[in-house]
Design a protein around this ligand. Structure first.
Ligand code: JFZ
Length: 480
């Protein structure tokens, strides 16, 4: 089998290149001061809205295996695991269906910019193990198989649209023949429960390969803004599973400004209380990562003091499926974005392009609907901070400090008042002015028993969310 022969060569190359990388990575790196962390988090904290992209060999399979739908719900980027296919069987079926058009990346980039996203995080490698870059340390990548460097194409397209760039990189790998899946009972693998088909595995060899590919990704594409690791379990995480601290040092050495999520770890100090996508706590020691990533849900009360980003699908799968039609409404998506901003978090909203790289029409429509809303109301999202109110019956609030010490409150109204009076309960600050973002017109304000009242038109200009910018003196004073 040529694959084995390749592996032998590849391992030799790895041990040579890795030697150099590891030596560099192990030089001590000073812990960032809070100021340094604030500096590297600044753009991300202001961005508030990003586009996630799950795209790989699974995209061409589109949720179908042997002519049958594998399911109508859930992550079809896991299709190899769902049908328990070994990597050769999977690759044989999937590779012929993965046919990126010449300009797919420019379509993604344009869509992200139109939607109002400030950054894009895409899968440089998902659990299936197929890397999108032209890797010199293996043959299961776009360079070897398609003679294209898809990472380069995507990074260039995103930069051309002025977007920040992130790599989602899976440390789980269902392809590599030294990935020792028996070491974890909790992490998924298509062959789980079966003995290794190729005899004893040396996980250290897989880690050399993982580090070498990450080193390529951090060296060959200019400045990269985010590294979004995925993922660890309680029984397999951190240094033991991935040589995580070395990996992070390697990344920071090559990319001093980069920020990373916490998914190389699965311990309480790194923001995890257990397994499952809900098991997150509001604490994160920066040595384990810069931000926490709630998946498919919005934390009820945000996470004060911790940087967080909710990632979410537009339907129910991350990777493209022909069979998933459970698309979220524009109302849900726009209100989610507002809800997240009002709690001080970021929204990373996923598209799953098809095998040719084209974006499903439903996803294009949704992203454009958000973009239309953002065009009018974007200033109420970008560079805002969490609401000063514990709860507002009619909607949400974000805020921004203005020059001269006053504050602008952005009132996001979901339920429009029937009597023409929007009551901001418990706001004891003096109102200065109020403006409807939809038309730029001024609205009258008054102070009535323990709250500020804004006089609004009879009809909501936007049924999904109308935004009123209310300037007040000083910082918000709230009495209840
Ligand atoms: C992971 C991936 O498995 C999934 O395909 C997708 O990429 C998503 C964004 O991230 O999903 C997870 C990660 C962690 C858990 C479950 C799903 N977990 O801890 O239970």
């Amino acid at each position: 089998m040529p694959a084995k022969f390749h592996t032998a060569i590849v391992c030799t190359i790895i041990s040579l290149t890795i030697g150099a990388c590891v030596a560099r990575a192990q030089q001590p790196l000073a812990a960032p001061t809070p100021d340094q962390r604030d500096a590297r988090m600044k753009w991300w904290r202001e961005a508030r809205f990003g586009m996630f992209v799950h795209w790989g060999l699974y995209s061409g399979l589109a949720g179908t295996w042997d002519g049958k739908p594998v399911g109508t719900k859930g992550g079809m980027e896991w299709i190899q695991q769902r049908v328990k296919a070994d990597t050769d069987t999977y690759a044989k079926k999937a590779i012929p269906l993965f046919k990126p058009t010449p300009d797919f990346a420019r379509q993604w980039a344009r869509l992200a910019r139109e939607a109002g996203c400030r950054y894009v995080v895409f899968t440089s490698k998902h659990h299936e193990g197929f890397a999108l870059h032209d890797s010199k340390v293996g043959d299961y990548n776009a360079g070897s198989v398609l003679h294209r460097d898809l990472v380069k194409e995507i990074v260039e397209a995103l930069h051309a649209e002025g977007l920040k760039v992130g790599f989602y990189h899976s440390v789980i790998d269902w392809h590599h023949d030294q990935y020792a899946y028996e070491l974890s009972k909790q992490l998924p693998h298509p062959l789980k429960g079966q003995p290794y088909p190729n005899g004893q595995r040396d996980h250290a060899k897989y880690l050399d390969y993982l580090h070498a590919q990450v080193s390529e990704l951090m060296s060959n594409y200019g400045p990269i803004d985010v590294l979004w690791w995925d993922y660890s379990s309680q029984d397999f995480q951190g240094d033991a599973a991935w040589r995580a601290s070395d990996l992070m040092k390697l990344v920071r050495t090559k990319q001093p400004g980069i920020i990373m999520n916490n998914r190389l770890f699965r311990i309480p100090e790194a923001g995890f209380t257990g397994m499952g996508t809900n098991a997150i706590s509001s604490q994160l020691d920066p040595k384990y990562g810069d931000f926490i990533t709630p998946e498919q849900h919005i934390p009820a009360t945000g996470m004060p003091g911790v940087d967080w980003e909710t990632c979410m699908t537009l339907n129910t799968t991350w990777g493209y499926s022909d069979h998933d039609h459970a698309w979220k409404s524009d109302e849900t998506l726009i209100r989610n974005l507002i809800d997240i901003a009002s709690k001080g978090g970021n929204y990373l909203l996923n598209i799953g392009p098809k095998g040719d790289g084209s974006v499903p029409a439903e996803s294009v429509k949704s992203m454009q609907a958000i973009g239309a809303w953002m065009k009018i109301n974007g200033e109420s999202i970008y560079a805002t901070t969490a609401s000063p109110f514990a709860k507002l019956d009619w909607g949400r609030c974000t805020q921004k400090k203005l020059d001269g010490g006053s504050t602008r409150l952005y009132l996001h109204v979901f339920d429009w008042p029937k009597d023409g009076k929007l009551v901001v309960p418990g706001l004891a600050s003096k109102p200065v002015k109020a403006v409807l973002l939809a038309d730029g017109k001024a609205l009258a304000t008054s102070v009535e028993n323990g709250g500020v009242v804004v006089s609004v038109p009879a009809e909501a200009p936007d049924k999904i969310a109308t935004v009123i910018a209310l300037d007040i003196e000083g910082l918000p004073k709230i009495t209840k």
